[in-house]
Write a protein that binds this ligand. Structure first.
Ligand SMILES: [Zn+2]
Length: 458
């Protein structure tokens, strides 16, 4: 073995050991909790230097360099001039910041700053430990939501700890109210919920993602909105329309036309029972302050998806689908069951995307509004299901319980929705009571009373 070869091996070995040390001691750098490529930073004299251009790109800011005498960082609400030769930076034309000459290094034409200086000139939050450096866009904290409600108008004031990245206001689909999407924000205690039972029904602020807050404002009356964005404050002025909008109930008589549904022992059809009950409910609710619509008023076939869309177009506040249960193998089985939608956020988003022909990425906002509406309607759906159950019990009919299932009509309705399996048509006693119209009236009465209680109708 010649000496050159030996020396090469020695150097190689030392180099390898040094490499191992450096990779043990160099920290990993993250932006917004995502790890950056190792080529965008290096360690020197105990400091971590990070590529300014890489961070600027991630933080949505542009950089202009003038002969290495001036670096200009430009963001929507953030401007910085760095004078490398003077080791000085001017933040937002107001604050000057001196740094050590060693805090800024130029390597291969690229500008590198220490993590500390980077955090200051980019206005980022710096979290550092022995292993890692995290640079994050600081989140604006929603500190309070206050409302001033007057006769014809209301003001909602949302206070934030700083200016968030982006604010979007969208009307709720098919119901009175608005959805605010605040990017680069967080909510104290991760959740705010206020109920008003007035012109405003409720205001709910919650995390849509770790860095995005959604505020849902559900109104009982329709209102015009005027929004004012100040630095740390969002003001929403609502002007309510004179006439109070009546609650909307959509009754969905199951089956119809060629689809007769279940058939009783003496050939009574489910489709005829459901239509008769729906019409009776509409008649019984006539004297009350509520608008009642039926998805079909005659013996016709209506597609399940169309039934749900009819309800959405009417801006329904409650949807009740009427059905008859069937258990021919044991004709003694009887009783009522109420169902509401079995919801899982991801599965639901995929289902809506597929059914509505939407793209999971391009139409993200539309899909998210669907998911949010459905998720929020579940508590009310369950609430109504329980009210309905309480009136069934009072009529000597066995209440078999409230269940969750993925019925299509319950999936595509945006409002609280239940599917009511009134009784078992396979039971001859039950069929007889429906034939004689006794049960048509009994069940219409049960539904009417539950609706009156649910909407607190006068
Ligand atoms: Zn049915």
């Amino acid at each position: 073995m010649n000496s050159l070869n030996r020396n090469f091996k020695k150097f190689f070995l030392i180099g390898f050991v040094l490499f191992c040390f450096s990779s043990i001691f160099s920290k990993n750098v993250f932006f917004q909790w995502r790890e950056l490529d190792a080529s965008s930073y290096f360690e020197e004299n105990g400091s971590t230097y990070i590529d300014l251009e890489v961070i600027a790109k991630h933080a949505n800011r542009s950089i202009e360099v003038f002969n290495s005498t001036l670096i200009y960082i430009r963001g929507e609400k953030w401007n910085v001039f760095i004078f490398p030769q003077n080791s000085l930076a001017i933040l937002n034309s107001s604050e000057s910041l001196s740094f050590y000459p060693n805090d800024l290094k130029i390597k291969n034409g690229k500008i590198f700053l220490t993590s500390e200086l980077m955090a200051k000139v980019m206005n980022l939050e710096l979290i550092s430990n022995d292993m890692s450096i995290y640079l994050n866009i600081p989140l604006a904290r929603v500190t309070s939501i206050t409302t001033i409600i007057q006769k014809t108008d209301a003001r909602i004031i949302i206070e934030l700890s700083s200016t968030p990245e982006e604010i979007g206001v969208y009307p709720l689909v098919n119901r009175s109210g608005y959805l605010l999407k605040i990017r680069g924000a967080e909510v104290a205690d991760s959740y705010i919920y206020e109920e008003y039972k007035n012109k405003i029904s409720f205001i709910k602020a919650y995390h849509y993602s770790p860095t995005e807050v959604w505020i849902q404002i559900k109104l009982n009356n329709t209102a015009e909105l005027n929004e004012i964005f100040e630095d740390n404050r969002i003001i929403l002025d609502l002007t309510f329309e004179e006439n109070i909008s009546l609650p909307v109930l959509v009754l969905d008589p199951g089956h119809g036309g060629i689809d007769s549904g279940a058939v009783g022992p003496t050939k009574l059809f489910e489709k005829d029972i459901t239509l008769a009950v729906a019409k009776k409910v509409q008649e019984l609710l006539n004297p009350y302050s509520i608008n009642v619509y039926l998805t079909r008023t005659s013996d016709v076939y209506v597609d399940l998806h169309d039934r749900a869309m009819f309800s959405n177009e009417k801006g329904a506040d409650l949807f009740i689908s009427l059905h008859m249960n069937d258990y021919p193998s044991d004709k003694t089985v009887s009783g009522s069951e109420v169902y509401y939608f079995d919801f899982s956020e991801n599965a639901y988003a995929r289902r809506i995307a597929y059914r509505e022909n939407l793209d999971m990425n391009v139409d993200k906002n539309i899909i998210q509004t669907w998911v949010s509406d459905k998720g929020n309607s579940l508590k009310q759906s369950e609430n109504f299901a329980k009210i309905l159950g309480s009136y069934i019990n009072g009529n000597g009919i066995r209440f078999r319980g409230v269940y969750k299932d993925e019925f299509a009509v319950l999936a595509y309705t945006r409002c609280p929705a239940v599917l009511f399996e009134m009784e078992f048509i396979s039971n001859p006693e039950v069929e007889k009571k429906f034939s004689s119209e006794q049960y048509i009236n009994t069940f219409a009465e049960i539904i009417k009373n539950a609706v009156i209680e649910y909407f607190n109708l006068k």
